[in-house]
Ligand binder design. Sequence first.
Ligand code: PMP
Ligand code: GLU
Length: 373
Amino acid sequence: MASIHESTTLKISAMAKKLAASGQDIIDMGVGEPDFDTPKHIVEAGCSSIKNGETRYAPTAGIPELRQAIAEKLCRENSLNLTADDVVVTPGAKMAVFAAIQALLSEGDECLLIGPSWVSYEPCVTFAGGRVAWGSVDSNFMPQNLSESINSRTKLIIVNSPSNPTGSVFDRRVLEEIRDLAVDHNLSVISDEIYEKIIYDHDHVSIGSMAGMADRTVTINGFSKAYAMTGWRLGYLAGPKEPMKWVIRLLSHSVSQATTFVQRAGLVAMKGPQDDVGNMVKEFQVRRDMLIAGLKDLGISCSVPGGAFYLFPDVSAMGGGDAFADRLLKEALIAATPGSAFGPGGADHIRLSYATSQSRIKQSLERIEKIVK
Ligand code: PMP
Ligand code: GLU
């Protein structure tokens, strides 16, 4: 426990909330959380489930109807050949990530992360007694020379496309290269697809659907981002029999299950109208373009991310990620996440979440202008 730090993203979020509560006009571009409300029909489904008395324990792996709906979704949208028995529902995708890593790694094993990666992967690997190897990426955050970071202890690669924190999207060709490495070195793959639906001008591809991958891939997804359900805590994972068996054991002795009425709401999210997702993504794209253009005018360039709701600009000219994030908070009252939170490759960057309104983005650009000029 002593070697693990608290999640930087959640820490910054708590700090931004505290400063805002004390009356400071903080623009929160720190945490990755949609600023939209959970769609009404999903909220109503959760409320009626409580009123109908669905307030008791459910099976550890989840309610059968939701596991079935998830399996159908994974077959239909992701070309994964899975059944309800292969699916486990979790309280948030974070628990799915944690459990999958504990199930797939043993003491001393290595896990390959590809460039700057989400804050919780490395601590989960440490909990499992493993260690992380950082695979290198090019200037567009695409993997390069990954095989150089693989050795006899490597057991797992984590793929996260669209990516947190870079927003990069791996196309089929890139995923095929990762597939080839996984097959050649007999590695497991965790594919964290939580930003699957928040994608612009790209098609999402699930690496688990590629030849040779079904028996070695655990696919993770959840409801937080696509359905603006962060606080509900609902996610899932699906994959081969062996790791899923360990995952169920771990859940049965820790969280027991995802909350019963939340699973009902999730079922309605999955089966109900999907218009809210599309509208949210359209709005995110407008904000992305606005923020990129505004930063460019201020001399801060950044690659155009194909997904998620983050920009990851290089701020080495402003003293690096830690120093600039600190200045943003102190001098501009903007909460941003220093890139170093995402691993050694992120130190020159900051992560800006554009899950905030267009007017707040405009204001943030005005404030940044004042400090960079
Ligand atoms: N994976 C990634 C890449 C994320 O950004 C998040 C966001 N917290 C999660 C997993 C976990 O999401 P949640 O636990 O809210 O479902
Ligand atoms: N995934 C989001 C982020 O990166 C939420 C916070 C967290 O769970 O880390 O900001």
